[in-house]
Each structure stands twice: as structure tokens, then as C-alpha cells.
Design a protein around this ligand. Structure first.
Ligand code: FAD
Length: 489
């Protein structure tokens, strides 16, 4: 039987981000993916500078830049007529632009970069089940394109196989311990941009009118524009039934976007693509001999476009946590993956709550509108780009005194009925206080729902057909933690 240090299921963002640094450090790493690359994936694929920076750390940026992608350098947010424009803040390594490259072209660059650094990436190979030794995952079995079965032994098996993770199902972590329903859906298409080469073509535009969001940002190759609507998730069925009627209705709702699209030739419109039911979740993401990276372990509503960056960040961090442990035996590896999971959750918690807040289909709270107004006047820091670029989180950008001042300013301005301003401001403050309390408590796999952020009602699909090994969860176990027991193969 083949024996390696780490075997990874899934060869996109998270998978390549785990594999590349481990292989670079001389570890034997095998990545299997059931797809053959280039391969597409449903995603609007915008990366902020922090995401471009992860591509650089993975060693994939030279290949990405060789595609001559459009670069995103500005962000412009308009909320109910108030506009704020900011230059994207550079990541700590100096990278000051985002990229937006269709997934088929982007992901193959990651695979090639991982291979170049020594990872053995095997395409058209489908994970089948895990192997176990003394209650610990000891490797996996997979089937190749010709139908032949193979077995690999490894010190660690990483599931980087996306939201419908078969590895999660096989270790008994399929059901998330924390799940939040999304309110918004995504409907998008590409168009040819007549303003290619102008500053607008380096800008990520976002309009928030009433309870609807619309975005337009440069995609690749240069001269392509990605246009995205984020309305109520039920709008996706409207867009599927009557695509052009839906498109017209949304342009009427967002006149700024209609203006941005002036001169676009409708002959360049691609088909509308959409996604509706994509709940946010945390799964138990580490256990004896296994870990779940990227979407397999944690997913945020795509409304804030953080998924790809976080998948790469989590993969790289997992590699950095386990690298020193791989030579020190199974207990050291398992302690490292558990530490990594806690670290990931601390890092992602604020963004998870921010996405939950943004997915609520309501008009923007007046206090937040005041914050945008303040940023538009030139706040000392680029608040919006820091928030979307993960340089600072919501709690750092808007500490409670600043939120209270904004609420008071909104009340004094009296644009909305004052009673409504008081009610929504109190709601925002309560949510923000609960998030701060949760962060302070720093519990591992916390299941406590935060008011007005964790939304009940999400449905969860049945697991893919794999043989789970979970037999029981005893009283007093950490919520969500699967309890494993060896079962003969
Ligand atoms: C509609 C939509 C829009 C989005 N827009 C954005 C955006 O603008 N910006 C952003 O940053 N994020 C966005 N995201 C999120 C982003 O797409 C994900 O976070 C990202 O793809 C996660 O990467 P990953 O590597 O964890 O998983 P994935 O990209 O899901 O890759 C998983 C891989 O595992 C493989 N696999 C699965 N099962 C098996 C198996 N049994 N055997 C072998 N291989 C297997 C698959 O073939 C696949 O290649 C969006 C998501 C959605 C749904």
C-alpha cells in the first residue's frame, strides 16, 4: 500500500493551499480530485488583496498574472444615495489589488502551482471511504478514472472537498453544529465592458437600494464585467423563469448600475447563473487523523465574497499548524489540527456574523448608513475596504461608542421614521454586543446562537453515500464533536 504524509481530497482553493506548503517543505502529499482541470465551479470569484496575497503564498500568483487578469483597485459603495469610494488597502505583503478570474481558468493555475512544488495531484480520482486503525483515520480508498481502486495510508487525511464533503460524512461530521439560513440569493452574468481601460474598469461597484444589492466588478479577460444581484433568495426562481424580465426589473431598482452599463452591447450578455439555498455553517473540522479545510469545514453566506480567500487561508494555516507535528506522531498531529480548528473559528467568527447580517433582506440600518456617510467624508481609515478585505473586522471598525454616535446621528437626521431608527439601532447594538461577548468567551465549537445573526430555519441535505463510522455521541461531549469507533472495512 502507498504511504504518504498527507492525503487531501479536493484540489481547488483549500486543497492546493494545504498541499503546496507541505510539499514545498519536503512532505509527501497526494491530492485527489474527481474533476479534470480546467474545471468550472459556480462562484462569482472576486478576490480582495488579502485573497491575491494568499495566491502569492501558495505560489500560484505568477501563473495567475500570466493570464493578464483585470485588477481591482477601488471599491465604491452606494447606500440609498450615499456614495463612498476607497482605494483598496494593500495586504501586509504590499499586494494592493484584487483579481477576478473565472474558476475554470483560476483553479487550474492552483493545481499547476501545487504540482510544481512537489504535490502529486491526481485528477479524475474519486474518494470512496476512509481506512481506520485503532479509532484513528489511517488513510483512504479512491477510485481512478478507469474504475480501479487504490488505497493510500497517511498521517493525516484532509477533506477539502467543498460544502457537500464526503470526508465530513465519512468521519461523522456531516451535520453542522452551527447552521444559519441565508436570506439572499445570487444571480449573475458577464457582459462586455465598453469602459475597459478606464478607472471604472478597476472598481468594484456595489449599490444597496432598499433591501436589494447589486454589484458590478471587472472580471477576466480584460474587458469583461461581472454583474451580480443579491436580492431575496426566492428571486432566483424568478430569474430562472424569466431571465430578461428579471434583469430589466433589477436595473430599474438600481439606476446606478443601469448607468454603469450604459453602452454595453446586449449581444455580449451571457446566460444568467444563480444560487439560492446556501446556508452558512460550521462543522466539527478536526479529529483523530482527519481535518476539514475550506468550505468542507466552514462556509459563510457568499454575500460578502469571502469564501475563496478564507478557503486558501484555512488551508495554508492548517499546513503550517501540522508541519512541525508530522514527525512527532499521531497525538501531536491531532493536537495540531484541533488547535488549528479553534484558530480558524476565532479568525472567521466576525466575518461569519457580518455575512449573516448582510444576508438579511432588509433596508440597511440607519446607523450603518451614518457610518457609510462618515467614511464618505473621509474617515481616517478605509473602513469599507478593510472590512471586505479582512484588514480589520466589524468590531474594530465600529466599536460600540462609534455605533452609538451613528445611531444618535441617524436619529437627529430623521431621514427614516425615528421610532424605526431607535428599534433597528437597538437591534444592531444588541447583536454587536452578543458577538463581542461570544468572542470574549472564546468557546471551542460554540453553539450559542447570536441574536439577529444566526438565523434558524435552514434545511440541510442528506449526506453523500459513504460509510460513516460514527456510532454514538455520549452525554457531555463537545457539541458537534463526532465520536469515532472503529468498524471493520
Ligand atoms: C454562488 C456563489 C458565489 C460565490 N462567490 C464568491 C466570490 O465572489 N468570492 C469568494 O471569495 N468566494 C465566493 N464563493 C465561495 C467560494 O466559491 C468557495 O468558498 C470556494 O470555492 C471554496 O473552495 P474549496 O476549495 O473549499 O472548495 P471547492 O471549490 O468546492 O472545491 C472542492 C473540490 O473537491 C472536489 N471533490 C468533492 N468531492 C470529491 C470526492 N468525493 N472525491 C474527489 N474530489 C472531490 C471537487 O471536485 C472540487 O474540485 C461563492 C460561492 C457561491 C456558492
Amino acid at each position: 500500500m502507498e504511504q504518504v504524509d498527507v492525503v487531501v481530497v479536493g484540489g481547488r482553493l483549500a486543497g492546493c493551499a494545504v498541499a503546496a506548503p507541505l510539499a514545498r517543505a519536503g512532505k509527501r502529499v497526494v491530492v485527489i480530485d474527481r474533476m479534470a482541470f480546467p474545471s468550472d465551479q459556480l462562484s462569482t470569484h472576486l478576490l480582495q488583496p488579502s485573497g491575491t496575497s494568499e495566491l502569492a503564498k501558495m505560489g500560484a500568483l505568477p501563473r495567475i498574472l500570466a493570464l493578464s487578469p483585470s485588477q481591482v483597485r477601488w471599491t465604491t459603495l452606494t447606500v440609498d444615495g450615499v456614495t463612498c469610494r476607497e482605494r483598496l488597502r494593500p495586504a501586509p505583503d504590499g499586494i494592493d489589488f484584487g483579481v477576478c478570474i473565472p474558476r475554470d481558468q483560476q483553479d487550474v493555475c492552483l493545481v499547476e502551482a501545487a504540482r510544481e512544488q512537489g504535490a502529486d495531484v491526481r485528477e479524475r480520482c474519486t474518494f470512496e471511504d476512509l481506512t481506520w486503525r485503532a479509532g484513528r483515520v489511517s488513510g483512504l480508498r479512491y477510485r481512478d478514472a478507469s474504475g480501479e481502486r487504490h488505497e493510500i495510508g497517511a498521517a493525516l487525511v484532509v477533506g477539502a472537498d467543498g460544502r457537500r464533503s464526503s470526508v465530513a460524512a465519512a468521519v461523522g461530521a456531516w451535520a453542522p453544529y452551527r447552521l444559519s439560513q441565508n436570506g439572499r440569493g445570487l444571480v449573475f452574468r458577464y457582459v462586455d465592458d465598453p469602459r475597459a481601460g478606464a478607472a471604472e474598469a478597476e472598481t468594484n461597484y456595489q449599490w444597496r437600494e432598499g433591501d436589494s444589492f447589486a454589484l458590478a466588478f471587472p472580471s477576466s479577460p480584460v474587458g469583461r464585467l461581472l454583474v451580480l444581484f443579491q436580492g431575496h433568495r426566492d428571486e432566483t426562481s424568478e430569474a430562472r423563469k424569466d431571465p430578461e424580465g428579471y434583469w430589466e426589473r433589477k436595473l430599474t431598482q438600481h439606476p446606478g448600475l443601469r448607468e454603469r452599463l450604459r453602452g454595453v452591447d446586449p449581444a455580449s450578455y451571457t446566460k444568467l447563473r444563480s444560487a439560492g439555498e446556501v446556508p452558512a455553517f460550521f462543522r466539527a473540522s478536526s479529529g483523530p487523523g482527519w481535518a476539514l479545510a475550506g468550505d468542507a469545514g466552514h462556509f459563510k453566506d457568499p454575500v460578502t465574497g469571502q469564501g475563496m480567500r478564507d478557503a486558501m487561508w484555512a488551508g495554508r494555516e492548517l499546513a503550517e499548524h501540522v508541519l512541525p507535528a508530522l514527525d512527532r506522531g499521531p497525538a501531536a498531529v491531532d493536537a495540531a489540527t484541533r488547535r488549528w480548528e479553534h484558530h480558524r473559528d476565532r479568525h472567521c467568527l466576525s466575518a461569519y456574523h457580518f455575512a449573516n447580517m448582510d444576508t438579511t433582506v432588509e433596508a440597511q440600518p440607519p446607523a450603518l448608513l451614518e457610518l457609510v456617510r462618515e467614511s464618505a467624508r473621509g474617515h481616517e481609515q478605509p473602513d469599507l475596504t478593510d472590512l471586505f478585505g479582512r484588514a480589520r473586522d466589524m468590531q474594530e471598525i465600529a466599536p460600540i461608542p462609534r455605533l452609538v454616535r451613528s445611531a444618535v446621528a441617524a436619529f437627529a437626521r430623521g431621514e427614516r421614521p425615528r421610532g424605526q431608527t431607535v428599534v433597528t439601532s437597538v437591534k444592531v447594538l444588541r447583536t454587536q454586543l452578543e458577538i463581542r461577548r461570544e468572542r470574549h468567551a472564546d468557546r471551542f465549537r460554540s453553539t450559542r446562537a447570536v441574536y439577529d445573526s444566526d438565523h434558524a430555519g435552514a434545511s440541510w441535505p442528506s449526506p453523500p453515500a459513504v460509510r460513516p463510522r460514527v456510532l454514538a455521541v455520549p452525554e457531555g461531549a463537545v457539541p458537534g464533536a463526532p465520536v469515532l469507533q472503529e468498524v471493520p472495512a
